[in-house]
Write a protein that binds this ligand. Structure first.
Ligand SMILES: [Mn+2]
Length: 378
C-alpha cells in the first residue's frame, strides 16, 4: 500500500498581500497531487489547514475543487481533517472543507472510517480551551475500539511538545498504543520520522513558507511518500520543486557591502523559475526601512530580480525624555510583550492566535467581517 501525506497547504494565503504568493500555494499543492497520481498511490492524507481561511474566497474554493477533482479523476481518495485555520466557527458555521465533499474530499473531523482494510481516525483541531473540557487520550482510546486489525492511521492537527514549548500536550502520554501511523499537522517545520509506542510519527510540515522562522531558513518544503508492507512503514520525504525560493540576509549596518554581496550571490545561485522573496533580518540603528529600500534599488536589487522584500528589522532608538528603548514591532517582540502584559498564559496565547489570524487579512473591512462571522474567535 502506498500513500502520500501532505499537510498545511494553506490554499488561498495571499502572503504579503500578493496574488503571486497565493498562486504559489496552489502550485505546490498541485505538484504533490501530480506526484501522487504518477506513483498511483492508494490514497492521500491531509492533516489540516487545507485552506488558509475558514472563509476562503470563491476563487480559492474553485482551486480546492480542482485539487480534489484531479485526484478523483485518477481514482485516488483524499482524507482530510480541519486545522485551526479552516475548521470554521464552531457555533455558526461548518468547516469550508465540507463544501468540497460533493466533489470527493473525505472529511474525517471526528471518528474513524475504513478504506479497503485500512482504518483511518481523524480529529480536527481542538483549541486549548476545548482541551480543558475533553481528554485527547480518551477520544483516541475510543477510536481504537472502532478500528479492526488492519493498518491503523491517526490524523491530528494539534500543538505537541516539544514543537510547541508552551503546550501541555505530550505525544507519549496523549497517544495510546495501537496505532501504526500517526500523521500530525500544524507544525510547519517537517521532521524526520520517529516512533512512539511502535507507531511511526510523521510531521510533513507546510508545503510553502507561511511566516518567518529561523528553523525554516535552511529547510526545503515537501511532503511524505509512504510505502507500507505488512504494517512496516517506509516514509520518504519528497521535496517540492515549484515553491517560491526565499533568500535570507542578516543586515549589518557596520558592513552594508557584505550584506549586499551576500544577497547578490544568493540571487545568482538560484535555479528556480520563480523570483525569490528576500527576507532581511537583524538590527538597524541610524537607517530607516526606506533607506534600506533605496540602498537595494541603487544596487539593482529590484523587482526584476525579486518578487518581494520583507524587512524583519529591529530598530533600537533611545527616547531622550524617558530613556526608554523603542523597538520596532517584530512578531516575536509583540508576542513577548503580550505574554508580559497579559498575566494569564491561556489568554495571552489566545490573543496571539487572534493576531496571527488577523495578520493575513488585508484591510479593516475584512477584519470587521471576519470578527462578525467568527464571534467565537474571541
Ligand atoms: Mn498551518
Amino acid at each position: 500500500m502506498k500513500f502520500i501525506h501532505i499537510s498545511d497547504t494553506h490554499l488561498g494565503y495571499h502572503q504579503y498581500g500578493l496574488k503571486e504568493r497565493a498562486e504559489d500555494f496552489f502550485d505546490v499543492f498541485m505538484e504533490a497531487v501530480e506526484f501522487a497520481i504518477s506513483k498511483k498511490v492508494d490514497f492521500v492524507l491531509h492533516t489540516g489547514d487545507f485552506f488558509h481561511s475558514s472563509r476562503p474566497s470563491n476563487q480559492v474554493i474553485l482551486q480546492g475543487m480542482e485539487v480534489v477533482r484531479k485526484l478523483k479523476d485518477a481514482n485516488i481518495p483524499i482524507f482530510v481533517i480541519s486545522g485551526n485555520h479552516d475548521r470554521g466557527s464552531q457555533i455558526r458555521d461548518v468547516s469550508p472543507l465540507q463544501i468540497l465533499q460533493p466533489v470527493g474530499l473525505q472529511v474525517v473531523d471526528k471518528g474513524t472510517i475504513e478504506h479497503e482494510g485500512v482504518f483511518i481516525g481523524g480529529l480536527k483541531y481542538i483549541s486549548k480551551a476545548g482541551l480543558k473540557r475533553i481528554s485527547l487520550r480518551e477520544i483516541l482510546e475510543e477510536y481504537l475500539k472502532h478500528m479492526g486489525n488492519g493498518f491503523r492511521i491517526l490524523m491530528l492537527h494539534q500543538e505537541f511538545q516539544p514543537f510547541f514549548p508552551d503546550s501541555s500536550l505530550n505525544l507519549n502520554t496523549e497517544i495510546p498504543e495501537g496505532f501504526n501511523y500517526i500523521g500530525i499537522g500544524h507544525y510547519h517545520v517537517a521532521q524526520a520520522p520517529f516512533t512512539i509506542n511502535d507507531a511511526t510519527v510523521i510531521y510533513p510540515g507546510s508545503t510553502e513558507f507561511t511566516a518567518y522562522s529561523e528553523k525554516e531558513e535552511k529547510q526545503v518544503k515537501g511532503f511524505f511518500f509512504v510505502d507500507v508492507t505488512d504494517k512496516s512503514v517506509n516514509a520518504e520525504f519528497i521535496k517540492l520543486r515549484t515553491g517560491r525560493p526565499f533568500i535570507y540576509a542578516t543586515f549589518d549596518e557596520e558592513n552594508i557591502q557584505s550584506t549586499i554581496n551576500h544577497i547578490k550571490e544568493k540571487i545568482c545561485q538560484l535555479e528556480s523559475e520563480k523570483k525569490p522573496v528576500l527576507i532581511i533580518k537583524g538590527k538597524i540603528k541610524d537607517l530607516s526601512h526606506k533607506d534600506i529600500y533605496k540602498l537595494l534599488e541603487k544596487e539593482d536589487i529590484n523587482e526584476d530580480k525579486l518578487l518581494h522584500v520583507q524587512l524583519n528589522l529591529t530598530k533600537e532608538v533611545e527616547d531622550f525624555a524617558e530613556k526608554v528603548k523603542v523597538v520596532s514591532l517584530s512578531d516575536q517582540y509583540i508576542q513577548e510583550e503580550l505574554k508580559r502584559f497579559i498575566d494569564d498564559p491561556d489568554l495571552s496565547s489566545k490573543v496571539i492566535e487572534v493576531i496571527q489570524h488577523l495578520k493575513s487579512i488585508e484591510n479593516i473591512d475584512e477584519v470587521k467581517k471576519m470578527l462578525k462571522e467568527n464571534p467565537d474567535i474571541l
